[in-house]
Design a protein around this ligand. Structure first.
Ligand SMILES: [Zn+2]
Length: 648
């Protein structure tokens, strides 16, 4: 019997009212959909051609030429369609529905007779289909097609894209299931697994979930599979620059149930872990669940940045060793933090434990928002915690770190991944099961949902950072008992509650304050809690942060920018006792998050004219201003720093 877990409400059920998140969510239909449409169609004047839509025209026989761009360029189209679907579900970006339908028709014309759908292989090398599992990304691309198709069918009721995806999924089932010709093949980049689970849930067709489980079961059974597969490619290798590709890079060194540490390419790891949590839930697979719990611990306790960034090595975008968290050379890909949110949401649904949302919040409020410009038209792929623009040089080990957001990328996974996350953000705010509504993020918003025939409306207004107060109006159409579970994040100090003006002491269960609601009509819950800016140190095993402190306010990590504090940020020293005062928001930044001001000292080594000399240290008093890391580089670009040297 399948266990009933919590699930997210419909994508149109949640409306953002928080000024910061309302801004980012509203730019999706207003700016991101039009901008990215232009990029995909090569009509955006400020970016190089992406060839994304062009490739489908060539595959359909409607344009001349070869497939251009990345081998997985189709996924940028699919993620755009998925994002649009979430917008359409809320009645937004309607002007793009017709264009999307035409695009879907084109995808249909590019699909082959047997259901195969991949413009790179169809056009450039049809004889090499299903041969390069390490680099070919065919199953990865199929996964994004499936996700887009489910989202689009759900939003519009139109099934053309779903039919394309189902035909391809059926072909994949035929080839890769345990009795298929490719039963031993292991996908080089995970994604198809979680997409198949989603397709199974949407269609009710169990075989897709079975195949998702099969893909996880086959992974790591033969730890040499992907390496041998690469050797067979010879001169046909797609990414010859990835000479260091190894089994750990693709998490195929061991079966997922046996993996002890989170390894390899961070995005691959997050997509695999998300699928593992899905399979653990779908099949009540306790071994898979145990592995998810173990890997979550390793990930969040030893391999995650304060900002929810992951992937310590710029080379190969991967995890390294426990506590290896360098602040300037790391990767911290935007997609990896999106993947961390995906994994965390699934773990919370699987376990009912609110603490997973502490990490989701950390990733969302810091790295994911930092990945996109306030205007929506520029993006970070790599998200450092320390930037010195002068050393972010091409042709060096810092080439991957960009000191300013880019209009687009040759490998453009991140922009559309951020867009689809923002467009479907409601799924990270609320969840529900048979008896409860879960308030997973304390972000001002409304929820309109149905709990077994009881129409429930929540209006959450949080002013915790500035006023220490959260108000929640609960309107239920019927006197039908349910519980409201409100996540109490660790930064809330001794929260107190009132329901309709009367003090209550709710039980705290799995990190949620549990409040029984039994009557119809309106009830007003108030939560009071002090939230103060706080200095944070890293575990003493983190070498990069030794002797340093960082500033947080609620879930937001703060940083120093050159535009407020001058250059030479690493020369600043601050006392862990330094008083921090909230000040008005910085001009030109979205939302209303305060800036934070504090006293510090600037070090002068006394060596002025020679490169080296006798130390003659002197400190000068300075007043500093920190801004939310999420919003850095939205004003005059320059240096940025999260971890400050502590004055002891
Ligand atoms: Zn990415």
């Amino acid at each position: 019997m399948k266990k009933k877990n919590s699930h997210s409400p419909a994508f149109n059920a949640v409306t953002m009212t928080d000024p910061l998140f309302r801004h980012y969510v509203s730019i999706v239909p207003e700016k991101l959909i039009p901008y990215q449409w232009n990029v995909l169609n090569d009509t955006e004047p400020h970016t190089d051609p992406s060839y994304c839509v062009h490739n489908f025209r060539v595959a359909a026989g409607e344009a001349e030429g070869k497939h251009e761009g990345m081998v997985f360029s189709d996924t940028d189209v699919y993620k755009w369609l998925e994002t649009l679907a979430y917008c359409l579900e809320r009645g937004e970006a309607k002007a793009y529905e017709e264009r999307a339908d035409e695009l879907i028709d084109l995808i249909g014309r590019a699909q082959e007779e047997d259901g195969y759908c991949n413009t790179y292989y169809s056009v450039n090398c049809p004889d090499r289909k299903w041969t390069n599992f390490a680099e070919g990304h065919e199953l990865y691309s199929a996964g994004h097609l499936i996700e887009a198709a489910v989202a689009y069918a759900h939003a519009t009721g139109k099934t053309a894209l779903l039919q394309i995806a189902v035909r391809f999924a059926d072909l994949i089932c035929e080839k890769f299931s345990s009795d298929g010709a490719l039963a031993n093949a292991c996908p080089g980049h995970q994604e198809v697994e979680l997409a198949l689970i989603r397709l199974s849930e949407f269609t009710g067709e169990k075989k897709y979930a079975e195949l998702a489980r099969h893909f996880l079961q086959v992974r790591g059974n033969d730890s040499d599979f992907l390496m041998e597969n690469l050797k067979q490619q010879g001169s046909a290798r797609i990414f010859p620059e990835f000479a260091d590709y190894d089994a750990r890079y693709a998490q195929s060194h061991l079966p997922p149930e046996q993996q002890q540490t989170v390894e390899g390419h961070a995005v691959r790891a997050m997509y695999m872990l998300s699928a593992m949590a899905d399979v653990a839930r779908e099949f009540s697979d306790e071994a898979m669940k145990a592995s998810c719990l173990r890997l979550w611990q390793n990930l969040t306790q030893k391999r995650m940045y304060l900002t929810g960034g992951i992937g310590s090595s710029g080379h190969l975008e991967r995890f390294t060793a426990d506590y290896d968290l360098p602040n300037d050379t790391m990767y911290c890909e935007s997609c990896a933090s999106v993947g961390l949110m995906m994994f965390g949401r699934r773990m919370a649904a699987l376990t009912g434990d609110a603490s997973y949302y502490d990490v989701v919040e950390r990733a969302l409020c810091n790295t994911v928002l930092a990945g996109i410009a306030a205007e929506g038209d520029k993006y970070f792929y790599v998200n450092p915690l320390e930037v010195w623009p002068a050393n972010c040089l091409p042709g060096t080990s810092m080439a991957h770190v960009k000191p300013v957001r880019q209009p687009w990328f040759a490998c453009a996974c991140c922009p559309a991944n951020i867009s689809r996350t923002l467009a479907s953000l409601g799924q990270y705010l609320y969840a529900q099961d048979e008896k409860s509504i879960y308030v997973n993020q304390l972000i001002s918003s409304t929820l309109k949902t149905d709990l077994h025939g009881n129409a429930v409306f929540l209006d959450l207004r949080s002013d915790l950072l500035m006023q220490g107060r959260l108000q929640l109006r609960i309107s239920a159409a019927k006197a039908q008992p349910f519980t409201l579970r409100i996540r109490i994040p660790p930064y809330l100090e001794e929260p107190s509650f009132r329901l309709d003006g009367k003090p209550i002491s709710p039980v705290i269960e799995n990190g949620y304050a549990v409040i029984a609601i039994s009557r119809e009509g309106d009830q007003n819950l108030e939560m009071l809690s002090l939230v103060n800016p706080r200095w944070v140190a890293a575990n003493q095993a983190v070498r990069a942060d030794s002797g340093k402190i960082a500033l947080m306010f609620g879930p937001y990590v703060y940083c120093l920018e050159e535009t407020d504090n001058g250059s030479g940020l690493p020369f600043l020293y601050v006392s862990p006792e330094a008083e921090v005062l909230p000040a008005p928001p910085a001009e030109g930044l979205p939302g209303s998050l305060p800036t934070l001001q504090f006293h510090a000292k600037r070090l002068d080594s006394g060596v002025e004219h020679a490169l080296y000399g006798s130390p003659s240290f002197r400190f000068f008093d300075v007043e500093l201003k920190a801004v939310p890391y999420a919003l850095w580089c939205n004003r005059t670009p320059g240096e940025m720093l999260v971890w400050l040297r502590a004055a002891l």
